[in-house]
Design a protein. Structure first.
Ligand code: F6R
Length: 601
C-alpha cells in the first residue's frame, strides 16, 4: 500500500530517497516524508499530497559525505492523510517508516500513555517508535529493537534510525521489503522499482527476518536462524520501459503496450504442438478435480473470465472467490482442489492470506502473478508469471490482458492433458491465442471515435456495462475502470439479469454500454439491449455488428472467435474510461482514494 525506501552511504541521501519515492508513488500518495541522519544530527520533513510538495519543502537541504536516511509515501489506513500522520514517525531521538498495520497498537498505545508518553499522530505506527525508546533506556539499540518486534502483532516492513548510532534497523513480516548492495552503499525498498539502476545485488526479505545495516556491513536473522545468508538475487533493468514514452498518461501507454506484452506473455508457451507451461510440468495437476480461483478487483474479473473457459474447454469444475470474502466464510477446502490466486502486484493482503489458508488446508497452490519474487509468488507451490512489465497506472489494464491470456493458456494446457478438445479444436484455439496480440492493437480510428463520443457520457445518473458469458466479466471490468478514474457510478451486469430489477433505473440519463458479441449469444444480448432501449436508456453499442437502435456505436473488427472480440472490446472499454476521465480533468494515473498495491486488509 505505502512505499518505503532507505539508504546508507556516501551519495546524496536526500536525492536517493526522493527518487526512490517517486518510483513508488503509485503505491500510495496522500503524503510523504523523509528523515536523514547526517553527521549526528537529524533532518526530517513531511508534506501532504503528491511528492513534488515534499521535493519543494526539502529543496534547501543536502547531506554531505556519509549519511543515512529513510523515506515513505503513504496511503492512509489509520488516521487521516495529514502531515502529522505522515511518516517518518518519531520519538525523542528515533525515526521510523512502516508499511503494514500494527494490529495491537491500541493496547500498546494505552500502556505507553499510562507511562506518560504523548503521541503526535493517530497512526498505529507511532507505538513502535515509543516502545523502542522505552526499551532503549535499559537495553542496547538492537536488543531494544528486537524486544519491540516481539511486542507488535500484525504486518510490517519497518526501517528505524536512532540518533546514537549510524545504523538502519529493519524488520519484515507480511509486507514486502528488500535490501540492495553496491560497493559500500546499502539501499532498502518495498519494491524493486525504487532501486532499479542503483544496485543489482539484492536480498528479498522473508517474513520474520530482521537485522541491521551500518557502514561496516549488514546482519540478517530470524527466530529460526541467527545468521541468514544474503540471497544475491539480481534485478532486471526495467526503468526505461517504466517511463511514459510520449503518452499522456501511464494508463494510456499501458493500453497501447498491451499488444506487445501479450506477445511476451505467449512467447515460448504457445507451440505448434500445444501449450507448453514448464512451470506445471510433471505431476503437479495429477489428482486435481476442481479449480478454485481467488483474487481481488481486476484480478477477480480475469478469474471470472477464465471460469467460463475452464469449464467450457477443459471440462473442469471451477469456482471463483473474492479473496476478502473467502477468508472469513469458513470455506470447505478439499484436497483434490487446485487453489489458484491471481494478482498483479503479488502483495495484495487479502489474496496472500487466502493463499496461506489454502496452503494450510493442504491444497496445491498456483499463483498467476506479474511480479516475480513477490510475496504471493514466493508462497505458492508453483507460479506462472504474466510478463506484463511494470504497471504504473493505478487502474490496471495490461495486467488484466495478460492475466486472461495466461489463464486461457492454463485452460488449454489442462484441455490437452485431459483431451477435452479434439486435435482440430485445440489447433484452432492455439491459432486464435496467437492472434490476440493483434486484436489488442489500438487502432487510430477506434481511439479517435471513442475520444469524440466520450463527451456525451459525462453526466447522467449512472452507467450499466452489460454483456453475456465471458463478456459479463468484461462488463464488470469496464465498469470498474470507469468508476476508478472518472468517479462516475458504474455497474457491470449480465445482460439477461437487467430485467430482474436494475432495468427500473432506465431513462435517458442512464447510460448503457452494451458489449455485443457476434459469436456468443448475439440474439439474446440484442433482445436485452432492446428492452433497455424501449425504456429510453442512452445506449452505446460496442460490437462488430452494426446495431441501429443504439445512440452511439463503436465499430469493432469482425472475428470468428469470441476471444478476439473480447480483446478488442477490452481495449475499447479501457479507452472509453480513460477519455471520460480526461474530459472530467481527473488524475488518470493516480485516481483519488486508490493505491496500486493493497497490502492491508
Ligand atoms: C483495478 C485494480 C485493483 C486490483 C486489486 C488487486 O484497476 O487495479 O482492483 O486489481 O487491488 O490487485 P492485485 O492484482 O495486485 O492483487
Amino acid at each position: 500500500m505505502c512505499g518505503i525506501v532507505g539508504y546508507l552511504g556516501n551519495s546524496n541521501t536526500k536525492e536517493i530517497l526522493l527518487n526512490g519515492l517517486k518510483e513508488l508513488e503509485y503505491r500510495g500518495y496522500d503524503s510523504a516524508g523523509i528523515a536523514i541522519l547526517d553527521n549526528g544530527a537529524f533532518y526530517s520533513n513531511k508534506a501532504i499530497g503528491k511528492l513534488h510538495n515534499l521535493e519543494e519543502k526539502t529543496e534547501a537541504f543536502n547531506s554531505k559525505g556519509f549519511s543515512l536516511g529513510i523515506g515513505h509515501t503513504r496511503w492512509a489506513t489509520h488516521g487521516k492523510p495529514t502531515e502529522q500522520n505522515a511518516h517518518p514517525h518519531y520519538g525523542t531521538d528515533t525515526y521510523i517508516v512502516h508499511n503494514g498495520i500494527i494490529e495491537n497498537y491500541q493496547e500498546l498505545k494505552s500502556e505507553l500513555e499510562k507511562g506518560g508518553v504523548r503521541f503526535n499522530s493517530q497512526t498505529d505506527t507511532e507505538v513502535f517508535v515509543h516502545l523502542f525508546e522505552f526499551y532503549q533506556k535499559s537495553l542496547g539499540n538492537y536488543e531494544a529493537f528486537q524486544k519491540t518486534l516481539k511486542r507488535v502483532e500484525g504486518a510490517y516492513a519497518i526501517l528505524l534510525i536512532t540518533k546514537n548510532s549510524e545504523t538502519i534497523y529493519f524488520a519484515k513480516e507480511g509486507s514486502p521489503l528488500m535490501l540492495g548492495l553496491k560497493d559500500d552503499e546499502k539501499f532498502f525498498a518495498s519494491s524493486d522499482a525504487a532501486v532499479l539502476g542503483l544496485c543489482n545485488d539484492v536480498h528479498f526479505f522473508e517474513d520474520g527476518e530482521f537485522g541491521y545495516v551500518d557502514a561496516k556491513g549488514f546482519h540478517i536473522e530470524s527466530s529460526e536462524s541467527k545468521d541468514i545468508a544474503f540471497q544475491h538475487a539480481s534485478l532486471a533493468d526495467d526503468k526505461i520501459s517504466a517511463q511514459k514514452e510520449g503518452y499522456r498518461f501511464f494508463m494510456e501507454k499501458e493500453i497501447y503496450e498491451q499488444s506487445d506484452v501479450l506477445a511476451d506473455t505467449l512467447r515460448g508457451r504457445v507451440l505448434d504442438s500445444g501449450i507448453s507451461l514448464q512451470e506445471l510440468d510433471g505431476e503437479f495437476l495429477d489428482g486435481i478435480n476442481e479449480i478454485k480461483l481467488c483474487a481481488c478487483g481486476t484480478s477477480y474479473n480475469s478469474a471470472l473470465v477464465s471460469s467460463y473457459l475452464l469449464e467450457r474447454q477443459a471440462k473442469v469444475r471451477c469456482s471463483v472467490e473474492i479473496a476478502s470474502e473467502f477468508r472469513y466464510k469458513e470455506p470447505l477446502l478439499l484436497k483434490d482442489t487446485l487453489f489458484v490466486v491471481i494478482s498483479q502486484s503479488g502483495e495484495t493482503a487479502d489474496t496472500l492470506e487466502a493463499l496461506k489458508m489454502a496452503k494450510k488446508a493442504g491444497l496445491k497452490t498456483l499463483a498467476i502473478c506479474n511480479v516475480d519474487n513477490s510475496s504471493i509468488v514466493r508462497l505458492a507451490d508453483k507460479s506462472i508469471l504474466t510478463r506484463a512489465g511494470v504497471e504504473k497506472g493505478v487502474a490496471s489494464t495490461k495486467a488484466f490482458a495478460t492475466q486472461v491470456a495466461v489463464l486461457w493458456m492454463f485452460t488449454l494446457f489442462i484441455a490437452q492433458q485431459k483431451s477435452t478438445l479434439t486435435k482440430d479444436e485445440l489447433k484452432q484455439e492455439l491459432k486464435t491465442l496467437r492472434a490476440i496480440p493483434k486484436a489488442a492493437i489500438v487502432k487510430d480510428e477506434l481511439h479517435e471515435k471513442v475520444k469524440r463520443l466520450s463527451k456525451r457520457y459525462l453526466h447522467g445518473h449512472g452507467f450499466f456495462f452489460i454483456g453475456r458469458d465471458l463478456f459479463y466479466p468484461l462488463a464488470l471490468e469496464g465498469a470498474l475502470k470507469l468508476k476508478e478514474i472518472s468517479y462516475l457510478h458504474a455497474e457491470g451486469y449480465p445482460s439477461g439479469e437487467m430485467k430482474h430489477g436494475p432495468i427500473a433505473l432506465a431513462d435517458p440519463e442512464l447510460f448503457t454500454i452494451a458489449l455485443l458479441s457476434e459469436n456468443i449469444l448475439f440474439e439474446k444480448t440484442k433482445s436485452n439491449m432492446e428492452e433497455l432501449g424501449a425504456r429510453d436508456s442512452t445506449m452505446c453499442c460496442v460490437s462488430s455488428h452494426f446495431y441501429d437502435k443504439a445512440d452511439d456505436f463503436i465499430k469493432l473488427t469482425k472475428y470468428d472467435h469470441y476471444m478476439l472480440e473480447f480483446y478488442e472490446m477490452m481495449v475499447a472499454t479501457q479507452l472509453l474510461s480513460m477519455e471520460i476521465a480526461v474530459r472530467l480533468e481527473n488524475d488518470v494515473d493516480m485516481p483519488r482514494n486508490l493505491a496500486k498495491s493493497v497490502t492491508v486488509e
